[in-house]
Design a protein around this ligand. Structure first.
Ligand SMILES: Cc1cc2nc3c(=O)[nH]c(=O)nc-3n(C[C@H](O)[C@H](O)[C@H](O)COP(=O)(O)OP(=O)(O)OC[C@H]3O[C@@H](n4cnc5c(N)ncnc54)[C@H](O)[C@@H]3O)c2cc1C
Length: 354
């Protein structure tokens, strides 16, 4: 993925898929998992960034679909069938990817909030004011920031005082005329007058913007320093995020007293990484042994909110049983029929997804 991003850059274009794993992950893997990341808000996930695919089928024949067409309504969409299928329907061997004009300017702010509901108000305001120029809107609680500050070398708190919640906002512009920063400043001024935000700081250099992103990208690594963690990658309707997080926190407090939830992620995509760190000084193995019970309870809550038990990390082997519980029986029947038709001997990634 890093090589594709660099090649696009050398050609004066932009490939917006960006993941913390971009130095190691492959385009085939990104497409097989329909990877998301921080650019989904403005550009969509891997699926929306792909025009054509070449796939080797289970019987060895090559399905060639390396088209660069934007419009093609000739029957079933075979490309979208393979994207996100986690290697269970065929092996992706080539792809035509969509490139975009390179943003000439980006402005980044780290914003403090007293309540998570403020993030919803701020997101609505940002979407209204910035439209397609709003290129990232990530949310995180104080505990995530404190884990990063404690365990990741070289990190520092962007704001002088601690606040319960934070949002990292990025605006972009195709023009190099200061418009991205002006847009962000106007937005922050409006949010401040409306009493939505507590404090905010704007990155004054590329290095400062990178520091903000480094904090955001380090939570998974930082959590390792706090013992075992049970992870959930879920989505709910954007407007329901604050209520979902409040209900999930109450659920965890009842189920595992002392456990420490970190709800962070891609607010604008409704994507919550609901990771729970073990209680301080608790038994790591005993906590992790409760993985299925805890994720099962969180997933049941997610379904009550009309959400999905896997927003961007897929099903793999870990969520197979949960998929069967969460998905409508008819949807599972259709998925199995597709699998049987394309891989009748079950040789492609057996034991994954279905
Ligand atoms: C540190 C880290 C951060 C991440 N952050 C994000 C994130 O923010 N957003 C997000 O969406 N995901 C994230 N991911 C997961 C992400 O989806 C994967 O890292 C990446 O997309 C998978 O690519 P890979 O080449 O590593 O695939 P692998 O992990 O090697 O494979 C993933 C699956 O796809 C199958 N597969 C691989 N290649 C092909 C192929 N050519 N054809 C068919 N099937 C294939 C494999 O069999 C496997 O089932 C993260 C992962 C890591 C490690």
């Amino acid at each position: 993925l890093a090589e594709v991003r660099e090649a696009a850059d050398r050609a004066g274009r932009y490939f917006p898929l960006s993941l913390p794993s971009e130095g190691s992950c492959q385009i085939g893997g990104n497409l097989a998992t329909n990877a998301g990341g921080v650019g989904v808000l403005a550009y969509g996930s891997a699926r929306q960034l792909t025009l054509g695919l070449e796939v080797v089928l289970a019987d060895g024949r090559v399905l060639s679909g390396l088209t660069a067409l934007k419009k093609d309504n000739t029957g079933y969409d075979l490309r979208d069938l393979f994207i996100g299928s986690e290697g269970t329907l065929g092996v992706i061997t080539a792809a035509v990817l969509k490139l975009f004009p390179k943003p000439r300017e980006m402005a980044t702010a780290f914003v403090a909030l007293s309540e998570l509901s403020g993030a919803l108000a701020l997101f609505n305001l940002a979407a209204e004011r910035a439209g397609a120029n709003l290129t990232a809107f990530e949310f995180m609680p104080r505990i995530a920031l404190s884990f990063a500050l404690a365990h990741i070398a070289g990190t520092r708190d962007p704001l002088p005082a601690a606040h319960p919640w934070y949002v990292l906002i990025e605006t972009s512009s195709a023009r190099a005329d200061g418009s991205a920063e002006r847009l962000l400043l106007t937005l922050l001024a409006a949010a401040s007058s409306a009493g939505i935000i507590g404090d905010a700081t704007l990155a004054h250099s590329l290095a400062q913007a990178r520091d903000f992103w480094r904090l955001r990208d380090s939570f998974s690594a930082a959590q390792k320093g706090e013992g075992g963690s049970i992870k959930n990658d879920v989505s709910v309707p954007v407007a329901a995020i604050p209520a979902f997080v409040a209900r999930a926190d109450a659920l965890i407090a009842r189920l595992c007293p002392g456990a420490r939830p970190l709800a962070f992620g891609h607010f604008g995509d409704g994507n919550v990484h609901y990771n729970i760190s073990q209680p301080i000084g608790g038994d790591r193995a005993g906590f992790l042994a409760r993985w299925e019970e805890v994720t099962g309870a969180i997933n049941a809550l997610v379904l009550q909110f009309g959400g999905s038990i896997s927003a961007e990390h897929g099903i793999g082997q870990l969520k197979r049983a949960e998929l069967i519980r969460a998905k409508a029986p008819l949807a599972l029947e259709v998925m199995r029929a597709i699998k049987d038709a394309l891989d009748p001997k079950g040789i492609l990634n057996p034991g994954k997804v279905l």
